[in-house]
Every structure is written in structure tokens, then in C-alpha cells.
Write a protein that binds this ligand. Structure first.
Ligand SMILES: Nc1ncnc2c1ncn2[C@@H]1O[C@H](COP(=O)(O)OP(=O)(O)OP(=O)(O)O)[C@@H](O)[C@H]1O
Length: 233
């Protein structure tokens, strides 16, 4: 199952403060899009709004032929959206295997056996509790749980955050392996190396709007503009 995401003029915020100030973006079916931007520009707020944790004040979010803006989270999830939130939430008192079992709703495509094939580290740790896992293992478990929901669109909020470089490489390899799966992915990432190696296309957000949209190749080849947009020039 895959579907394209089309976000048009999306506005959202907290109380009277507007954070998303008319976001326009698309993620094609099967495409991996990296979303970059400095701290505080609204990336996490966008993810929360797409998942229905925050209600938009205006705008449209279409997934395939469905309008999902403003729906409650459970309906957005049922429409095919899954999120790996910032801070990788897993159920601490449950074993890896039970964390996976409660996420699996019967998908034939994503089974627990298949998860263990692409993430052998989780297979080794299957009887360990969530809170006995390293940060990298918890991140893998959070990704695995989202995949078991068999989403059409996967939202990932800074999957490399706080992980040691060798673990980031492992998580990157897992994300790269999803590219052939026909899954649409929107990846918020501060680590350019991760975003460049995984994403087909790069978006940059500034002050609640998308100010750059190009292929990853184009973004990399005009490094100066990219650095300026990200405030690292
Ligand atoms: N729950 C909240 N209540 C009020 N304001 C918030 C809340 N969460 C975020 N904000 C504010 O919204 C703005 C955007 O924050 P957001 O977390 O979306 O940015 P971000 O681009 O994801 O940054 P980071 O990379 O630091 O996570 C910031 O000014 C932030 O202080």
C-alpha cells in the first residue's frame, strides 16, 4: 500500500501563536523526503499536525484520495499514517516481542519474522524489556512498531537524535532498506549525512514554511545555498 501526501496551506500553532504558517509540500507514493530546518522552525509541529495530535486551523492534508486534516489520530492512523516520534517511545515494561505483537494488526506484508530479518539485533533482544534496550535498539523497535501497522505514509522525527555514530549507521541502513518498499516516508532529520543518504528529495523549513524543495542531488550540488538556508553558512 502506498499513497501520495499533498499538504496545502497548512496552518497550526499553540494557542495564539502560529507555528505552521501555510505549509505546502508533497511526498510522492514510494518517495522518501527529508525535511531539514533549524531548531524551532516547526518541523515537529508539522509531524504532530499530520498525525492529528494537533488540530490545524486551516489548510488541507490529502493522503491518496482522502482528506485527513483535522481528523482524530485513530482515524488518521487507520487511513495509513504511522509515526516514529521524537524521543522513540516504546513500552518500557514489555519485552521486545510483546512490543511488536501489540503493534501487529495482521499485516501480511510486515510480519514479526520479517522485522527480525531486517533488524537481527531485535531478534537477539526479543526477550528483553523495552527499558533494557540501548538508545539505538529502542529506535529500531520504534521503527519496527510503526512498520507493523503497515502504513502508506511513515513519519520519522529525528531518528538519529542522541545516537552514537555507529548506531546511526545501522538505523540509516534500515531506513535505506525501506526505499524499495513502496512506502512514502517523510523524515525530519538534523544530521545532513543521514538525510542525504536516505532521501530522494530535500525540503527546508523556515519560520513555518517550506522555503526549498529539490532533489537531494541538486541540494548537495549547491552546498552554499543549502548551508545558507540552514543557517550554517
Ligand atoms: N507544546 C508546545 N506548546 C507551545 N509551544 C510549542 C510547543 N511545542 C513547540 N512549541 C513552539 O513551536 C515552535 C516550533 O517548535 P517545533 O518543536 O515544531 O520546532 P522544530 O523545528 O521541530 O525544532 P527542534 O528541531 O528543536 O525540535 C517553537 O517556537 C516552540 O517553542
Amino acid at each position: 500500500m502506498s499513497a501520495d501526501l499533498v499538504v496545502t496551506n497548512l496552518r497550526a500553532g499553540y494557542g495564539v501563536s502560529t507555528v505552521l504558517d501555510g505549509v505546502n509540500l508533497t511526498v510522492g507514493a514510494g518517495e522518501v523526503v527529508g525535511l531539514l530546518g533549524r531548531n524551532g522552525v516547526g518541523k515537529t509541529t508539522l509531524m504532530s499536525t499530520l498525525m492529528g495530535w494537533l488540530s490545524p486551523s486551516a489548510g488541507s492534508v490529502r493522503l491518496g484520495d482522502r482528506e485527513i486534516a483535522g481528523l482524530p489520530t485513530h482515524q488518521i492512523a487507520r487511513a495509513g499514517v504511522a509515526i516514529v516520534p521524537q524521543g522513540r517511545r516504546v513500552f518500557a515494561p514489555l519485552t521486545v516481542e510483546n512490543n511488536l505483537r501489540i503493534a501487529h494488526k495482521g499485516s501480511q506484508r510486515w510480519t514479526i519474522e520479517r522485522i527480525f530479518e531486517i533488524m537481527p539485533r531485535l531478534a537477539e533482544r526479543r526477550r528483553n524489556r523495552g527499558d533494557q534496550l540501548s538508545g539505538g535498539e529502542q529506535q529500531m523497535l520504534a521503527i519496527a512498531r510503526a512498520l507493523l501497522l503497515d502504513p502508506a505514509l511513515l513519519l520519522l522525527d529525528e531518528p538519529s537524535d542522541g545516537l552514537a555514530p555507529s548506531v546511526v549507521t545501522q538505523v540509516m541502513e534500515i531506513l535505506a532498506s525501506l526505499r524499495g518498499e513502496g512506502l512514502s516516508v517523510l523524515l525530519v532529520e538534523q544530521d545532513l549525512h543521514v538525510a542525504f543518504s536516505v532521501a530522494d528529495r530535500i525540503l527546508v523549513m523556515q519560520k513555518g514554511r517550506i522555503v526549498h524543495d529539490s532533489t537531494t542531488e541538486e541540494f548537495r550540488s549547491d552546498g552554499e545555498r543549502g548551508r545558507r538556508l540552514l543557517g550554517i553558512a
